[in-house]
Design a protein. Sequence first.
Length: 262
Amino acid sequence: MTVQKQNVQVVSWETVDEGTMLVTMDRGPANALGPVILDGLEAACQAAEEAGNIKVMIIRSAVEGFFAAGADIKHLSTIDADSFTAYGDAMRHVNDRLESSPWLSIAAVDGLALGGGLELAMACTFRVSGPNARYGLPEVKIGLIPGAGGTQRLPRLVGRGRAVDIILTARQVPAEEARSIGLVDRLTDGNALDAALALAAELAGASLPAQLAGARAVNAAFDLPFGEGARFEVAQEQGLFQHGEAAEGLSAFIEKRKPTFA
């Protein structure tokens, strides 16, 4: 099934290559993650699931200077405690859905990725950065902490000390530093979208089930003792034999042909 170009208010999506969906956020002036943009991201994920053939989802911004500036502060100032909880749940659900999705995801970041915007990027499998991007979690400046996975995902990427520094100072991390500490996976001198598309092309030749299993096993290293993590790794590999991916890959290697993965 091919996903045609579609739009839910300020979020649009389209297939730009076989198996690659490009999701564009376009809510000026800063892509504040209000309910309208969260609904759009949910709809894009639903469209990818229904298509059934999406291997890579790239999330980018059409707003100059911003990937996403975080939570919608104006919206927060108008709601009560119960609504605030529901809003936070919606942000967490989008991020958790991305992280556990049956495809790989790439955040193509040009400009500012702050607060919820950085939390969204951290929920993706990869972060590809333009040279002028900056990253931060400034919530302490308004009496809050990152509440959509930021305090959990950031230390897994950069370590405890750097995470505490970034969260408690609320400082903005330049692109080069973000790459050096592991917050960003790839740094380009040009456009982040072009680099993300190039990465998607690199990923296209391998088995998606194997890639997802590899990502799950790496994530387990942060959550499980070594012995349990090693057993989880074995289970993931055994699953690939049961799925047929390993048999196809090994046969193709012996027969000197290109594998046909599911």
